[in-house]
Write a protein that binds this ligand. Structure first.
Ligand code: HEC
Length: 138
């Protein structure tokens, strides 16, 4: 009987732990936004927009401003990734940090209208996507 209770407890603990871990990756603890929605609606369009926008040197003030908006939104998304208990581990935290630092560097170059510098800085941004996906995107 004691053994049965012990086994039941272990099963209980393991299922609580695994449910907690998967909830954190796919969604935060209290807010409604899923990670999938954040990726498809916020992170991907802004990242792709910067990639597109940097294929050739931006032509006017409006084009630079548009790139700055996208870089700032990507930067903000790095904070959302860490909020509300969404972050499960150090791999996630490190990738979010490099998304934050990379997008801030891109923004600095955009504000200086440094086209080559922005292209170079953007590599750290795409590197951060790969770093997190390698571990956490199933
Ligand atoms: C800290 C972790 C992390 C970072 C950084 C990250 N992602 Fe993701 N991404 C995920 C996870 C986890 C999923 C899977 C979500 C799911 O299906 O529940 C995902 C899924 C996606 C998807 C698929 C969405 C869908 O509709 O199924 C796209 C597109 C995506 N990410 C783009 C990006 C881009 C572009 C970047 C970099 C600018 C990035 N991600 C950075 C964790 C991350």
């Amino acid at each position: 009987m004691k053994r049965l209770i012990c086994v039941a407890m272990i099963v209980g603990i393991v299922s609580v732990l695994s449910a907690g871990a998967s909830a954190q990756v796919k969604k935060g603890k209290t807010r409604v936004l899923t990670t999938k929605q954040m990726m498809s609606g916020l992170i991907k369009p802004n990242c792709a927009g910067i990639g597109e926008g940097l294929k050739a040197a931006p032509v006017d003030e409006k084009a630079w401003e548009d790139l700055a908006t996208k870089a700032a939104l990507l930067n903000e998304s790095s904070f959302i990734l860490m909020d509300d208990g969404r972050c499960p581990d150090g791999d996630w935290a490190n990738a979010s940090k490099s998304l934050r630092d990379g997008s801030a560097a891109v923004l600095t170059k955009i504000e200086a209208k440094d086209y080559a510098g922005a292209q170079e800085a953007f590599k750290a941004v795409t590197g951060s996507c790969a770093a997190c996906h390698k571990v956490h995107k199933k």
